[in-house]
Design a protein around this ligand. Sequence first.
Ligand code: PLP
Length: 806
Amino acid sequence: MEYRHSAQQIKKKILAKLEHNFGVGLENATNDQLYKSVALLAREMMEQGRSEFMAEAEKKQAKQVYYLCMEFLLGRSLKNTLFNLGIEEAFREALQQMDVKLETLYDCEPDAGLGNGGLGRLAACFMDALATGQYPSTGYSLCYEYGIFRQKLVDGWQTELPDFWLPGGRIWLHEIPEKAVEVHFRGHVEEHWDSSYHETIHKDYTTILAIPCDLFIAGMGGKGISRLRLWKSKGQAFDMGLFNSGNYMRAMEENAMAETITKVLYPDDNHSEGKSLRLTQQYFLVSASIQDIIRTHLFQYSTLDNLPEKVAIHMNDTHPVLAIPELMRIMLDECGYDWDRAWDLTTRTLAYTNHTVMKEALECWDQDLFRMQLPRIYQIVEEINRRFCQQMHDLGVDGYKVGRMAPLNDGYVKMANLAVVGSHCVNGVSTLHSEILKETVFHDFYTEMPDKFTNVTNGIAHRRWLNQSNPELAALLTEKIGKEYIYDASQLKKLEAYKEDKTVLQELAKIKRRNKERLAAYIARENHLTLDPNSIFDVQVKRMHEYKRQHLNALNILATYLWLKSHPNADFTPHTYIFGAKAAPGYYFAKQMIRFIYELGEVINHDPAVSSRMKVVYVEDYRVTLAELMIPAADISEQISLAGTEASGTSNMKFMINGAVTLGTLDGANVEIHDSVGDDNMLLFGMTTPEVEALRAAGYHPDQIYYNNPAVHGAIDFLRGGINGVDFSDIANSLTGNDPYMVLADFESYQRAQAKAMQLYANPETWQRMCLCNIANAGRFAADRAIREYAERIWHCAPLTEKTEN
Ligand SMILES: *Cc1c(COP(=O)(O)O)cnc(C)c1O
């Protein structure tokens, strides 16, 4: 597929789109119409490229990868598409000839915020890597009408506004009503025995239609194109059965119910609510996707006997784990397989990634709710459970242990247990996290089936997070080490040859400076705050969570402020503390943490005694597009979760590749960042995971720290007194009470790391050398590498063609 056209040709195509879709000429076109015309052109190119790519895949009977995930945090598509297809400059020129700036059109696009945070962004980065690696692949998710809420702070308190993204976002979607599938809920199951023949019939169910809305993601070079199939729920046109039986109102109600399924994304990150609508969403995604996969497979091969050889289905977290009983249902009820054969094919096709070890995130469904919503699926889960327990008993496994591993236990459907039982492979997302899985949540399983467990450390789409969001740094890299790193991020290592090159180090400093100015301009507009680009930009952006410990950062800022007040002539490198994070709407404490940071900013930014040396900024509505602006401007990357709680983290990788120094604990992928850059290029602090466990076992007494550490004492007392009349005694009480995230235990160590950062930053050459080493060693955190590992070790599939580019 040839995507390249002259600026002249592109101009003609844009004008044709304007005329055809909006009936306007250039002189009357709005920016929004221009954006949509360009987007439509880009989308059509991808559709063409995808069909050529898949025609080749079909001819070669290549194995397909299907990635199931409740969230895809895509952000914007236009720049990514033009960049990856290698046509950004041609478009820029064509638009320039029309007196339009490409960047203006980029800014017309809303973020597709169909996810909460790291999990959803990982899925989006993986679609990019799957495409670039030329793996024939489809992601499946829901077409939420409302994505993650828009955040507004009102006097520091988070309020949520609906994110109706479709007016600007649907231009990327191709709706295909002809490919709709039916999903069945509720009703009851009847069993029929006829001498030797046993039949199960699901009756009186409610039918919901799933309409596919396809969105494409171009890989670098444009040879591979991924497809994201998003399902939209719709009532059956008219349920004539209900109308004819005189049940007019029930027919209407069911229609309204149907449309609510994909209305809104659940805004919880690392937390499971157990709500019936959420279970409905999960089964809706799974059933529509599995039916679609089976239909496609049968169309090509006319049998499911070879399913595991030709199809890999991946369950990203436990949210899509009903794929296991759904695939069984289709094989048993619709294809006539017996249980053993169906189970063998199912388990060899499915694999599962775990994303958290935190109890509140482990999904458990009330058995009665589950049985009521999904009677046939429940029956299959019961049989999976019965056979699994039997098999374990036969192997002589202790009864308590079998109970702990069982998919059904204590009146709940335990989704993580079902996931492990029904998958051929289970992975964690960083070396540390995968080890913790084997030692804790899945320890029982690990002792019985150790070969099932593996690790694939997360990765990021480095073309988006480096080339597109930091074009000046990318240009410098290309100048120094060539452009191979764009396809092969391990080539970034070549930059290390320049770590004593003063001009390169100065060049890095200048680029960082301009990125800081770019962010400062945004903050001046949005927050009406003037930042000093010479100050250290110390950035913590991620979801707001106690385990991520933004309050550790805030407490240090408060203590530092109080110290500066009492030592006005102290040596202090000016510091700008920047935060961005959404809290789950029902998570009171996280919202209170936001207010704490906000009020701290109000005090510090308006105190003339310190405001030239300290600033605290809370950037509202953190999202992918803001991350792309903020991360390249960071000097320090705050990755300060309690060791053992953050499964991997991916923003740590985005910061690293943009030349920020990680100030962090030995948690998640920080451990591997540390392995890559060494002590000299990272600011480590805090307890290790075993130290956390030991302290917990010995008894954690934060009150003693409060009494013994004057900085802690002063800051907590200040907090307890309220800030600007807002009471924060709940945060103070948590910190000095039984804080499960042990903020105070790591406080002193955190302060030492902060002091060291300041000292290092004061020597620009030393600092820039650290930044360079981080960039040079970030290659292993590319999503391309992660996808290669999934393909080789879990999916057992190969790229379509060996690359010829470059
Ligand atoms: C990368 C990313 C995240 C994940 O951040 P972590 O620090 O790894 O939790 C969350 N939100 C957005 C918008 C991101 O781009």
